[in-house]
Write a protein that binds this ligand. Structure first.
Ligand code: FAD
Length: 310
């Protein structure tokens, strides 16, 4: 039986495990894939105090840090179900996909999220070679270049405004006949002179020269005509999907599937905390996920020391 069981091995889960273990309590960590999204990242230049690193390198640092402590790391283990404790002091149960069960006094859920992909030819091939998902992360890599933003919701329009200040030109491509972002963002976007907005357009292909992106093809949904835009970068902003399908019905989620947390990382279930990209915390970033993980672990410890003694 764990005092704290962390589900997820990204920056949020790793930070939670280190903070919990440093309290001398029995800590476990189960992750489908230790490292999470960071494993899929090339350059990381905004993890404060580390001016430049690469995803796999940061992950090996996370792993070393967790293994410095007495944490039972169960990698390649996918949680399939959460059975919350019936009453305070009872145990919470995580049922793994392989049928085994893990039991813990407190849980920290940190299953992260995944970017929704366009699913068009070239997208996967040129991922990290021009196809990007995070303007805060990769925007500066396209300084002075031409980029497109796919998606005209709030995140797409925010990304276009952000990128317009860094890159030479932004083409915003929206599937619908109008942008869906808040009016104030749309007004701001319309005021920028290096942004072109294309609506009723479906991106059908990412073009490249074999090594990196050179353009994209979109279909005009009104005329059915195909058009090519030459550019160096494509930011896909059609949604970040939390990995919380397995928690539906067990815990309070927002309509978008984010785990609802308060300022302490507490969820709707006493003794169950959550951290990182899977939660309602604003701005999905490594440094924020790590901070959230630390906070959730300290909250779990606070909860444990208040449990009645057996
Ligand atoms: P994740 O990193 O998503 O980790 C989730 C963990 O939970 C993984 O171990 C996963 O396997 C596990 N998991 C999921 N479901 C289950 C389950 N059912 N059972 C068990 N385990 C499960 N941020 C920056 O700050 N700077 C950058 O430069 C940057 N670049 C990025 C580039 C790319 C291509 C991507 C995709 C993201 C980038 N980000 C960047 C965002 C950053 O990676 C995330 O904000 C951060 O990783 C979130 O951490 P997390 O621990 O919440 O989730």
């Amino acid at each position: 039986v764990f005092d704290v069981l962390v589900v997820g091995g990204g920056p949020a889960g790793a930070a939670a495990a280190v903070y919990a273990a440093r309290k001398g309590i029995v800590t476990g960590l189960a992750a489908e894939r230790f490292g999470g999204q960071v494993l899929d990242t090339m350059a990381i230049e905004n993890f404060i105090s580390v001016p430049h690193t690469e995803g796999p390198k940061l992950v090996s640092g996370l792993e070393r840090h967790v293994k410095d402590y007495d944490v039972d790391v169960m990698n390649l283990q996918k949680a399939a179900r959460l059975i919350p404790a019936g009453a305070a002091g009872d145990l919470n149960e995580i049922v793994l996909e392989n049928g085994a069960s893990l039991r813990a006094k407190t849980l920290i859920l940190a299953p992260g999220a995944r970017w929704r992909q366009m699913g068009v030819p070239g997208e996967e091939q040129y991922r990290n070679a021009g196809v990007a998902y995070c303007p805060h992360c990769d925007g500066p890599l396209f300084k002075g270049k031409r980029v497109a933003v796919i998606g005209g919701g709030n995140s797409g329009v925010e990304a276009a405004i952000d990128l317009a200040g860094i890159v030479a030109h932004v083409t915003l491509i929206e599937f619908d006949s109008q942008l869906r972002a808040d009016a104030v963002l749309q007004r701001k976007l319309a005021s920028l002179d290096n942004v072109t907005i294309i609506t009723s357009a479906l991106t059908t292909e990412v073009l490249g020269d074999g090594a990196k992106v050179s353009g994209l093809v979109y279909r005009d949904r009104a005329t059915e005509g195909l058009h090519t835009v030459e550019l160096e970068g494509i930011f896909v902003q059609i949604g970040l999907v939390p990995n919380t399908e397995w928690l539906e019905g067990a815990i309070a989620l927002t309509p978008r599937g984010e785990i609802e947390v308060d300022g302490h990382g507490a969820t709707s279930i006493p003794g169950v905390f959550a951290a990182g990209d899977a939660t309602t915390t604003p701005f999905k970033q490594i440094v924020i996920a790590a901070g959230d993980g630390a906070k959730a672990a300290l909250s779990a410890f606070d909860y444990l020391i208040r449990l009645p003694t057996e």
